[in-house]
Design a protein around this ligand. Sequence first.
Ligand SMILES: [Zn+2]
Length: 601
Amino acid sequence: MMDNPFSHPSTLPYQLPPFDKITHSHYLPAFEAGMRAHRQEVAAIAQAPQPPTFENTIVTLERSGQALERVSTVFSHLNAANTDPEMDKIDTEITPKLTAHEDAILLDAALFARVDSLYRQRAALKLDPESLQLLERYHVMFVRAGAKLSEADKARLRGFNEELASLMTQFRQNVLKASKDGAVVVDSAEDLEGLSPEQIGAAAQAAAARDLPGRYVITLQNTTNQPPLARLKNRALREKIYKASIQRADGGPADNNAVIARMVRLRAERAQLLGYPNHASYQLEDESAATPAAVREILTRLAPAGLASARRDAAEMQAIVDGEAARNRTAPFKLQPWDWAFYAEALRKERYDFDEAQVAPYFELDHVLHDGVFYAARELYGFTFQERKDLPLYHPDVRIFEVFDRDGTPLALFLGDFFARDNKRGGAWMDNLVRQSRLFERKPVVTNTLNIPKPQPGRPALLTFDEVTTLFHEFGHAVHGMLSDVRYPLLSGTAVPRDFVEFPSQYNEMWAREPIVLAHFARHYETGAPMPQELLGKVLAAQKFNQGYATTEYLAAALLDQEWHLIDAAQAPSAAEVTRFEIAALRKNGIDYAEVPPRYH
Ligand SMILES: [Zn+2]
């Protein structure tokens, strides 16, 4: 362990993990040693002869587990952002052990007795507000984890947690494998008509990376809808890509049906054991929404309006399809889900007289980053940025920026990992590599991970306006982490309810559409010319376009998620019934509109 880079705090600026010294062989020993040390630290607290005090129990708990946290944060980030089969294996081996480790602490009766006793006398302890919050969070954590259950029930709970952790790992690995295997191989560039030169270049690059020189690969992103569908003229290829996307992990070697069926049943059983009618009630209790009824109220209020708007757009698109067929003397067809994005583009052109291809040259990644995201952060929060090229990276595409506060004091490190890779989880997210804490005198190290198609060498990364918005959105999460100013790491940064955590990101995202900010970063990547005022106006006016689709697809996904978790164990479907369950759930909620499939399912 002596030369294991996780055995001691990093000596790099901001305690950035020493990525150049970390190899796969370090993980398992570091996890084992980290858990061992943590167990000893916690046992010393639980078995201390002195009566519990806030310092000797709660603060000492906050200080425990540092070695384990060092390896966990790095592993979980890299396993999502830059994984490989060996990391998959480590993940499969370590995840159930980590779950059991966590249970051993949260279900330790002697330890909970101390936390509970402090919690009951909390009014008399005269704690400052942050310390009181910390004590209350610890108590909630223990109780929700099952600390009040009988020993027999605790044993059942441990079993559920361990199996669920393994299922979750398997689910993630299946999704990644199925997404990779589902990529569509195209033989000739003619079939890609409609895509931009950058998109075609990216498809050629993806093929080269898979040893398919001279061919093209359309890789799949997280969501049901796939970006190339908006521009591909070849309808048969659109259908093929759509089906590859929606059928991922449904059958085949990475089938998730059995995993899903087992998972929802176990979640329901666990919720019942903990005293809740279902998993949704258990999860939501500790969120801002608090109850499934509150979630339902807002989702079902939005759904009919979203759906009505989508149907109006669909009627106009169908008219374009029919008009084309009449002009070309071809057979008309009914608009299908794989046609939506393509004809939405046509409708956008008709209504706003521009298309994404005209706009893309004005949204080059570096401009958007420096003159958009960082510019807005300077104006709003007083941040300044300096790129650091002297620090180790975990992948050559990653970039590191040091962030300074309004008064020039160092505030945080920001890592941007922007380009898509086959070994990266889909979507976009923020992560903490080092959690800010005054207890440990640590400043935050935060990351933004995105999936922007990587351009060919020497070519610019031209973004869609959606991707621009995502960049601002994720940076909002990063700002949340960077402005963290707490003593205790448990309360640090984005450790807030999941349905609150999107507030800072939504707030920051809004500035991408603010005319002053937009005009500042929307410059042509070759000439530097600002986007013509007229085009800028159209881009802004088009912001409300296609929102019927966008709203319906995410509401459908959210309602599916609710339905999956409102059932009790007896209602859990078998693996063969998973698809039927979802169809019925969409119908029940009046959101079963084939043209607009759920964003996730
Ligand atoms: Zn977000």
